[in-house]
Structures are given as structure tokens and as C-alpha cells.
Design a protein around this ligand. Structure first.
Ligand SMILES: [Ca+2]
Ligand SMILES: [Ca+2]
Ligand SMILES: [Ca+2]
Length: 129
């Protein structure tokens, strides 16, 4: 099993060559059957691990239009935020809310994402269109 906070990588990414790929089923944490003969050293039975990442986290009303989150400017709830992959396909959708920790408005977060390339798209609220 992967250590807490880690996830097992996809297995057999290199196909026929086991030298540099992960060989462990991400769901079960086990390798395929491996036959080892007398005196043989079978290398290449490997497990890749990664830690999930997150993206966020704030939409605010930039009242003075300077592009800076000034202390007097408040977050905006109810803004739809899309998480897309690098090809532009939408993976997840969320909405800005009050931050559950700080209570500040305009908070969003995409948790438990695999390392990689993403695009975040903000759908403007109707009162800004
Ligand atoms: Ca393999
Ligand atoms: Ca391997
Ligand atoms: Ca500002």
C-alpha cells in the first residue's frame, strides 16, 4: 500500500520494458506474478508514487481595477470555475463559496488532482457581463 498521502502511478507505462516503469496495479498495490529461477536477480519490479495536488483559490471584486487583492475588496461567491486539462477538456466544475476555514468569500479549490498541466476557467457572473 502507498504511504499516506501518496497514490500509486499507472502501471506498465513503457509496455514491454519493465526497467523504468511502475509495475504495480494502482488499485490493488500488487505486481503481476514474477517467476524467479535459482540464482536469478529479477530487477525492474517497481512502484511509482505521487502525491495529489490542488489548485485554487480566490475570486474577488477588484473595485479599483488594479489587479491586486486589496484588503478592502471582498470575494465573490457563486462564480462557476472549470478545471480543464491542457487540451481544454473540462474535468471538473465548482463554484466559489465561503472559505470553510477562514470564512472569506470567493473561495474555490480543486483537490486530489494528479500532477500535470491544467487550465482554470472562470465563468463571469451575469452582473459583470
Ligand atoms: Ca512494467
Ligand atoms: Ca518496472
Ligand atoms: Ca484592487
Amino acid at each position: 500500500m502507498a504511504p499516506t498521502g501518496n497514490t500509486i502511478s499507472p502501471n506498465d507505462a513503457v509496455g514491454s520494458n519493465d526497467n523504468n516503469d511502475s509495475d504495480v496495479n494502482p488499485t490493488t498495490g500488487t505486481s503481476p506474478n514474477v517467476t524467479v529461477t535459482s540464482g536469478q536477480n529479477v530487477a525492474g519490479i517497481d512502484a511509482g508514487l505521487f502525491q495529489a495536488a490542488s489548485l485554487g483559490n480566490y475570486v474577488w471584486e477588484d473595485a479599483d481595477k488594479d489587479g491586486v487583492q486589496d484588503a478592502t475588496e471582498i470575494g465573490v461567491n457563486g462564480v462557476t470555475v472549470l478545471l480543464k486539462n491542457a487540451a481544454g477538456t473540462t474535468l471538473q466544475t465548482t463554484t466559489t463559496i465561503f472559505n470553510p476555514t477562514t470564512g472569506a468569500a470567493g473561495y474555490y479549490q480543486f483537490s486530489n488532482q494528479a500532477p500535470g498541466d491544467y487550465i482554470v476557467m472562470f465563468m463571469m457572473p451575469t452582473w459583470l457581463q
